[in-house]
Design a protein around this ligand. Structure first.
Ligand code: NAI
Length: 289
């Protein structure tokens, strides 16, 4: 089984690792050579850490890394059995990539998107054979998070849905089938987790660190809402909020926050840029107002 992964950022790199660990050959493509190099270096680091902890052997690392080819040319996708796209959350860019991919792969190849918020049905519609298209939505970090949402478009065939689900199950993940609606299951439930936390902060009810502390200590969450938004990246998290809001015909329940929009405009994207709600370069300073 050969899996093509398009986009070697946070999610694509993680999905490539999951597929290779499950024994699949992986062709990992990105339009940006540096992103490819970064994902290769990061995977080395992750696997070395697992060796240090005694969880992996050098041989296992060599097997996993040996299964992944990092490619700068999308034409290399020609012989894959499954394509999972994990590029920027922009419908037009994604659609153009899917049109290109369909022209390269066999008729049997399943084409999937890891989109968090776009309509799977609208992405499927650009294909000549939309019945082979499906959403396969991993969570961050993909190698650690068990859950994967399988989201058939209204055009997706029952066989493709079943096949996609079975494949991801064999990768050691827990799959759930969700209808193609904005945010699917988890991202929809999570919207108020973020937006109400920001509102509580904006209304002066409690500070960022206090809200995070309360949700972890009392609520039992692994991360507080602000830590989680900083971890996901405000560009990604805000875009998902905006898409869900628009997709629900501007239902105020999903209205995004100006506070978060300003963070995106300032390029305070969270952990990946060194600053978000928290300042990771000067951790002693107060969270960003
Ligand atoms: P990212 O920004 O870390 O990586 C995106 C990668 O795609 C970059 O390396 C970029 O160079 C590449 N890229 C952009 N346009 C391209 C093109 N036309 N052809 C080839 N490569 C291209 O983004 P991230 O966070 O990995 O998100 C990717 C997708 O996964 C998005 O659809 C997002 O909604 C979804 N997602 C993100 C999650 C997260 O927590 N970050 C969780 C679950 C899904």
């Amino acid at each position: 089984m050969i899996v093509g992964v398009i986009g070697s950022g946070t999610m694509g790199a993680g999905i490539a690792q999951v597929a290779a660990t499950a024994g699949c050959g992986v062709i990992l493509f990105d339009a940006d050579t540096q992103a490819l190099e970064r994902s290769q270096t990061n995977l080395e680091k992750i696997l070395n850490r697992l060796i240090e902890k005694g969880k992996y052997t050098e041989a296992k690392k060599a097997e996993i890394t040996g299964r992944i080819s990092y490619v700068e040319n999308i034409q290399e996708m020609a012989n894959v059995n499954l394509v999972i796209e994990a590029i920027v959350e922009n419908p037009e860019i994604k659609k153009s990539v899917f049109e290109t991919v369909e022209g390269l792969v066999s008729d049997e190849c399943i084409i999937a998107s890891n989109t968090s918020s776009l309509s799977i049905t609208s992405l499927a519609a650009v294909l000549k054979r939309p019945e082979r298209f499906i959403g396969i939505h991993f969570f961050n970090p993909a190698p650690l998070m068990k859950l994967v949402e399988i989201v058939p478009a209204i055009q997706t065939s029952a066989e493709v849905m079943q096949h996609a689900k079975e494949m991801i199950d064999t990768w050691g993940k827990l799959t759930v089938i969700a209808k193609d609606t904005p945010g699917f299951i988890v991202n929809r439930v999570a919207r108020p987790f973020y937006s109400e936390a920001i509102r509580i902060y904006e209304e002066g009810i409690a500070g960022i660190a206090t809200i995070d502390w309360a949700m972890k200590e009392i609520g039992g969450f692994r991360m507080g809402p602000f830590e989680l938004m900083d971890f996901i990246g405000h560009d990604v998290n805000y875009t998902v909020s905006e898409t869900v809001f628009k997709s629900f015909f501007y239902d105020v329940r999903y209205r995004p926050s100006f506070t978060q929009k300003r963070l995106v405009e300032a390029n305070y994207l969270g952990r990946k840029s060194g600053k978000g709600f928290y300042d990771y370069e000067n951790p002693s300073t107060d969270p960003v107002p």
